[in-house]
Write a protein of this length. Structure first.
Lengths: 289, 305
């Protein structure tokens, strides 16, 4: 029975993080936007759900609201990308993520401050709904990437000059990329809140961003299938070691530290020896007739 | 209110000294290797914990502990470069940056695994310190300011008066040209890592000497240190010092300034009541400054020399 509930937990958490990783892969892997503040999407999505659910809003409506809020946040934050390129923007987004978390930590009126916020609205058949939404997100990003829009953002990833020379408004595409990434990330945040039924600012530490980065780079940036693979690998390891303390004579603090050491080293080794990830992106050939 | 000003100046100077000495390594590395090293502040934490190891666990003299910790951290930084970052010369900056992110996670948790998550303090005698105007200096704070000043002056002399300094400046200016002039840029890079690592360790030790240390402190200072580096302009050593002074003062004075008075033009108007930045938001100040600089002046206030 314990095994079953463990598998159940693992499947849902992996599905949620897969959605979250797809959102980062959309921005970074496809769009080339180095977002080190990814956790703010999780944060806004989860808080939107928690606040609206407390007011008694229906779960479907609250999820849609969460996606809208988070997408809007992505759209707003993309305005900072106009003057900044690449890694500078990454450093700035890391700072923005922390500003958001400290805001929720200190503003008690907004959502309970450090004590967090709990609610008891539940999604019926949560596991199935989560899996379905993960599949839907996967299909959605695939569809977007197959569209002309997807091809333009892939060109932007390789540098601004070529799309500019083709008359594409690069900044407007970056805004849309961030907004779409935000909508998907908000969905992950909403499901995250529904799974826990309680959130507080501690859930949105920068380490969440780094874990989702590990999923994308280990899996292979720019390939959604690879991202799913990365999410599964990291989650097997992450959740698996959490239960290992029942079998191993190590205290939980030590175990948590060792687990993060392995994740850190994994990121390093992938970057050093397989910088395209374990499931590298396939380059597509377009036939010119 | 005004009687607090001397104390605020003292606190600001200490913050600035620590940020500057850690920032120097980051700015040099950023300049020569062209990537932002997220693991740089973890070197400071490593140094701080090595001091703790020698000073508290082995009961050695604090001065010896700090010197040895700086040396070992410098060597560790060189080793990291040899093992990891040497494979990434000349690739797109995002790859070494993500690698450094992985390294920082591994280092932070390695320290946590070895020394635990508890808050630690050094074995220093508490003393009454000295009173200057209405400000209070502890003896350790005087030492901190002294050590940082001496290190900075020493580094300045190294840059300007020695052959190695000249090679460093040439490499930072134009790596290819320096190589063409038969400067061994790889050797210069190693020295940069060593100096950056040991300066970071000094900074970490200063934090521990003045207050306390814990494994998470590297992450707490990474954004302030990046902020200082970007304020000064990447690669500008003197810019780091100025950036650190600006940030140190803004952070400490920022929460005491009544912005209500400013908005009311010093009493001419009566639009708002007292308007202070809440103390809880003190850590946010460098984050906001960082975002604003990156938005409007990514080359820093001073730019590169």
């Amino acid at each position: 029975m314990q095994i079953l509930s463990f598998i159940n937990y693992w499947v849902t958490i992996t599905a949620i993080y897969s959605i979250f990783a797809l959102s980062l892969n959309f921005q970074y892997g496809h769009g080339g936007l180095i977002n080190f503040g990814q956790v703010f999407f999780l944060c806004f999505g989860a808080y939107t759900v928690a606040i609206t659910a407390q007011l008694g809003v229906n779960f479907a409506v609250s999820i849609i609201l969460a996606m809208a809020v988070s997408g809007f946040v992505g759209f707003l934050i993309s305005y900072t990308a106009r003057n900044m390129g690449g890694t500078y923007w990454g450093i700035a987004t890391l700072a923005v993520g922390e500003i958001v978390r400290i805001f929720f930590l200190n503003e008690n009126w907004a959502a309970g401050g450090a004590n967090g916020i709990s609610f008891d609205v539940k999604i019926p058949y949560f596991e199935i709904v989560t899996l379905a939404l993960a599949a839907l997100s996967f299909g959605f990003t695939r569809a977007v990437m197959a569209s002309p829009f997807g091809r333009v953002i892939k060109t932007i990833r390789e540098g601004d000059n070529l799309p500019l020379s083709l008359g594409k408004d690069v900044f407007s595409f970056k805004k849309k990329t961030m907004a779409i990434g935000g909508v998907i990330g908000g969905l992950a945040g909403a499901l995250f809140a529904y799974q826990k039924q309680f959130i507080n600012p501690e859930d949105f530490m920068p380490i969440e961003t780094f874990i989702v980065w590990a999923m994308v780079v280990v899996g292979g940036k720019g390939r959604d299938m690879g991202t799913l693979g990365g999410a599964i690998i990291i989650q097997i390891f992450y959740v698996g070691t959490r239960f290992a303390k029942d079998f191993l004579p190590i205290d939980s603090n030590m175990l948590a530290a060792l687990r993060m050491i392995v994740i850190g080293l994994l990121i390093m080794f992938v970057m050093m020896y397989r910088s395209k990830g374990f499931f590298p992106e396939k380059s597509r050939l377009y036939k010119v007739s | 209110m005004y009687s607090m000003i001397p104390q605020l100046i003292v606190n600001s100077l200490i913050t600035s000294a620590v940020l500057a000495i850690i920032g120097i390594g980051l700015t040099m590395c950023f300049d020569i290797l062209k990537f932002g090293n997220f693991a740089h502040t973890e070197l400071a934490v490593l140094g701080a914990y090595l001091v703790f190891f020698f000073n508290v666990q082995l009961h050695w003299n604090l001065a010896i502990a700090i010197a040895l910790a700086a040396l070992l951290t410098g060597l560790f930084a060189m080793l990291v470069d040899r093992l990891v970052f040497i494979k990434m010369r000349g690739v797109v900056d995002v790859i070494p940056m993500i690698t450094s992110l992985g390294l920082s996670i591994a280092m932070r948790n390695g320290i946590r695994a070895i020394w635990g998550s508890d808050i630690r303090v050094y074995d220093v005698q508490l003393s009454s310190g000295v009173q200057f105007l209405s400000a209070h200096f502890t003896y350790s704070q005087i030492w901190i300011l002294g050590i940082v000043t001496v290190s900075m002056v020493g580094f300045h002399l190294l840059l300007k008066k020695t052959k190695l300094g000249k090679a460093m400046r040439a490499t930072s200016d134009n790596r290819d040209l320096a190589e063409a002039s038969s400067i061994d840029t790889e050797r210069v890079t190693l020295y940069v890592w060593f100096i950056g690592g040991s300066f970071a360790a000094l900074g970490g030790a200063m934090i521990g000497w003045d207050t306390q240390i814990d494994p998470m402190m590297g992450f707490m200072i990474v954004i302030p240190v990046f902020c200082v580096v970007l304020l000064g302009g990447i690669g500008n050593i003197y810019g780091v010092i100025i950036g650190a002074i600006i940030l140190g003062f803004v952070q400490n004075f920022g929460i005491f300034i009544d912005f209500g008075k400013l908005i009311n033009l010093g009493g001419l108007l009566d639009i708002v009541d007292r308007l202070l930045i809440p103390v809880d938001y003190k850590p946010v100040i460098p984050f906001v400054i960082l975002v604003v600089i990156l938005l409007f002046k990514p080359s820093g206030i001073l730019g590169k020399e």
